[in-house]
Design a protein around this ligand. Structure first.
Ligand SMILES: *[C@@H]1O[C@H](CO)[C@@H](O)[C@H](O)[C@H]1NC(C)=O
Ligand SMILES: *[C@@H]1O[C@H](CO)[C@@H](O)[C@H](O)[C@H]1NC(C)=O
Length: 229
């Protein structure tokens, strides 16, 4: 725990440094902007082929808009999720607690006792060091595919439905088993690359997206997301 980067609010410092960069960038023009309303009508999603990293599970549709050596720009359609939030210092402990709740929901802890197929990714929104004593706010979400027309209501009052709008996302990815420090390191690297490239993005939070069960050994795929503005 003492090693947890979040306990020192280190993540907040990283982001604060990045925001200085963005202020300097603000007089630059020509930042690619896409009206989110248009996303969805304008683009062909997935081109009929799901990415391998979805592991044949349902995962949200996106289309790749650009790819640099450091990150991809993707346009996602609006999507529905089932979520739960926790405040804390420790990413791993928070992840475990939230995963258990959402897993119970899909295993039948809902008003219809309906078992729902696992989807990908396991998406966690991290608002670093935002709470009292520098606690971070974590929200974990499981994707609800369009084929699940009427998701059953969760019975756990701390589990709720949420949605993400059609939006543009900056994504970087890495392999192996993701640790808290690996997530943070990749978020920092991505944020710096976006500032360097004068991309406009929301620096108040990032997402971690894990696609694999602990039992998948090879070709693991972990993503860090920042939302374009
Ligand atoms: C944490 O963030 C979620 C979603 O961003 C929000 O709904 C919730 O109110 C926040 N929790 C706290 C304690 O700030
Ligand atoms: C992709 O991003 C790079 C880096 O910012 C930029 O130079 C290039 O013009 C972009 N290409 C497209 C098609 O947006």
């Amino acid at each position: 725990m003492a090693n947890s980067l979040f306990t020192t609010c280190f993540a907040t410092l990283i982001l604060a440094q990045c925001s200085l960069g963005v202020i300097r960038q603000s007089d630059l023009t020509g930042i690619l902007r896409i009206n989110p309303e248009l996303i969805g009508s304008q683009y062909q999603f997935f081109h009929g082929v799901k990415p391998d990293f979805c592991n044949h599970l349902d995962c949200p549709d996106f289309t790749e808009l650009n790819k640099t050596k450091d990150y991809e720009e993707r346009a996602y359609r609006a999507s529905r999720w089932v979520s739960t939030s926790v405040e804390g210092m420790d990413y791993s402990a928070a992840e475990e607690e939230m995963f258990d709740k959402l897993f119970l929901y899909i295993e039948g802890e809902n008003t219809k006792k309906q078992v729902i197929k696992m989807t990908a990714p396991v998406l966690t929104k991290v608002i670093a060091g935002s709470g009292p004593a520098c606690k971070s706010n974590f929200t974990m979400s499981f994707y609800l595919p369009p084929s699940l027309k009427q998701p059953p209501q969760p019975t756990d009052k701390t589990v709720y439905f949420s949605s993400l709008p059609a939006q543009k996302v900056f994504v970087s990815y890495f392999g192996g088993y993701a640790t808290e420090s690996a997530w943070l390191e990749h978020a920092e690297t991505l944020a710096k690359a976006l500032v360097r490239d004068s991309k406009s993005f929301n620096q108040d939070f990032f997402f971690t997206a894990g696609y694999d069960s602990p039992f998948k050994i090879l070709n693991r795929h972990n993503e860090v997301w920042y939302i374009a503005e």
